[in-house]
Design a protein around this ligand. Structure first.
Ligand code: HEM
Length: 454
């Protein structure tokens, strides 16, 4: 772990970026830029970025692991941009003790024992969405996965059903995409400058969301079965902080918005990448189908992890040094932004021998995943929805494997395109499917995880 330090500052090599590539331009180009810088200068370097200040980019798994093991007294959120968009009650807006208390309050519904209770919802949503999939015709899986995830999350987070799900499904994609773009810009952009200004549109979306949540809260409070409900809204209405206080309703709405926004595109894009990868790995596809028919899940889980390693939908996790810290050989001054690079960590040969190859077999028979596997970040701010996302991806993949034969392709892999919140397949995760006529077909057993460049 990193420790507080009084030593003289000792930063990793400082690199000068051309002016055209600073600030927001850096964010837009960061994926290829950081990879190119790391090839020349190694996995740790310092940049001075307007808007971000001094930024240390970290791609070394060991140092990342140290950082994730560091206490919240020394590290904090790098910025509150998303928190400002979701509202003061969202955990994205909290730091220190307040953040710790909120994480404690939210831990039970995100525990694996609780999360499995939502499996049925995702099975239903996959069957609903795929009922009209065209057979033998190419289509994009990203919009389909997005609908599955959004509807599934609205049911399991908000306890919404029927028209409320349809209403919020129509609202949220535009609201989240606008919020993500505004979140990167100076706060003044959130002001109301007339009906069609981004700030005014965001306020309208927000009022609409709040009204929908208020209606769900009224319904939940009147529900005689509230105590048995498993959705997060019902649980938050009933839980108390350690001091006995309940969460204000406005904060519940902020928190639910943050959970939805953080959860649906990330998980949907990962599933779309899974389809994109599996179509190019016919042997692995056969193996997963046979395994699903036999009721197994080991290779499916390994495939999900390998998709997340080779096609992470988010590429950075940020922290701020709250005091001067020592990290490995470096001494980093207070206020520095620490930009942990997920892609660099995932391409570490020490953690993942043959890292450039897509090989789910690397996770078979190993108890723990290497420290360099960080698609969900780590430490006290690690993604609270990780177990939930894994459940949703597992159920979705299993159901699709049981229902459909995915037609392999030898087309070049899809590139990653920046969708604002996530990196998703550039052509939408194209698929061609045929419905399996017999519920459980016999599939040939094939050799483990066919290797191929990722
Ligand atoms: C494959 C899907 C997902 C990926 C790759 C992902 C990734 C991440 C990452 C990288 C972070 C930042 C962690 C850090 O700073 O160390 C994060 C935070 C977060 N995620 Fe996820 N996420 C996914 C799904 C979900 C889902 C399904 C939910 C909720 C239902 C969710 C809710 C959150 C929340 C609330 C945070 C903020 C945590 C905090 O600041 O304490 N995520 N996620």
């Amino acid at each position: 772990m990193a420790t507080a330090s009084t030593e003289a500052v000792r930063l990793p090599p400082a690199l000068q970026l051309p002016t055209a590539l600073q600030g927001l331009a850096f964010l837009a180009a960061r994926r290829s830029l950081v990879a190119a810088l790391a090839r020349r200068h190694g996995t740790m370097f310092t940049l001075d970025l307007p808007g971000f200040g001094r930024t240390v980019v970290i791609g070394d798994p060991e140092l990342i692991s140290d950082l994730f093991g560091t206490s919240r007294a020394l590290l904090g959120r790098a910025h509150l941009n998303l928190g400002k968009v979701f509202g003061p009650g969202s955990m994205f807006n909290l730091n220190g003790e307040e953040h710790l208390n909120r994480r404690r309050l939210l831990a039970p519904p995100f525990h694996s024992a609780h999360v499995v209770q939502h499996r049925r919802i995702f099975e239903e949503e996959v069957l609903r969405e795929s009922a009209n999939w065209p057979e033998g015709q190419e289509f994009q899986t990203l919009p389909a996965m997005t609908r599955i995830l959004l509807r599934g999350l609205l049911r399991s987070m908000l306890g919404a059903d029927g028209p409320a799900v349809d209403e919020l499904c129509a609202l949220l994609p535009s609201a989240v995409s606008l919020g993500a773009r505004i979140g990167l810009l100076p706060p003044i952009v959130r002001n109301d400058f007339g009906a069609w200004s981004p700030g005014a549109r965001l306020h309208r979306y927000r009022s609409h969301f709040d009204a929908a949540v208020r209606a769900l809260v009224v319904k939940a409070r009147a529900d005689p079965a509230l105590a048995e409900r498993t959705d997060v809204l019902a649980i938050l209405l009933q839980t108390r902080y350690d001091n006995g206080e309940s969460m204000p309703e406005a904060h519940i709405a902020d928190e639910l918005l943050g959970l939805l926004a953080a959860g649906y595109e990330t998980t949907a894009a990962t599933l779309s990448w899974a389809v994109e990868r599996l179509r190019r790995r016919p042997q692995l596809l056969s193996r997963l189908t046979a395994e699903a028919d036999a009721g197994g899940s080991e290779w499916r889980q390994a495939t999900i992890w390998e998709v997340q390693r080779t096609r992470p939908v988010g590429d950075i996790v940020q922290r701020r040094a709250m005091t001067r810290i020592r990290l490995g050989d470096w001494v980093i001054p207070e206020g520095t932004t620490l930009m942990i690079n997920i892609r660099l960590a995932h391409s570490s040969e020490d953690c993942f021998p043959g890292a450039e190859y897509f090989d789910p077999g690397r996770f078979i028979g190993t108890g723990r995943k290497p420290a360099g596997w960080i698609p969900y970040g780590g430490g006290f701010q690690r993604c609270i929805g990780a177990t939930f996302a894994n459940m949703a991806m597992d159920v979705t993949l299993r159901t699709l494997l049981q229902e459909f034969r995915l037609v392999p392709t030898d087309a070049p892999g899809e590139r990653a395109s920046d969708h604002g919140v996530v990196f998703a397949p550039s052509r939408g995760g194209l698929a061609v499917v045929h419905r399996r006529t017999v519920v459980v077909e016999k599939q040939p057993q094939t050799t483990p995880g066919q290797m191929g460049r990722s």
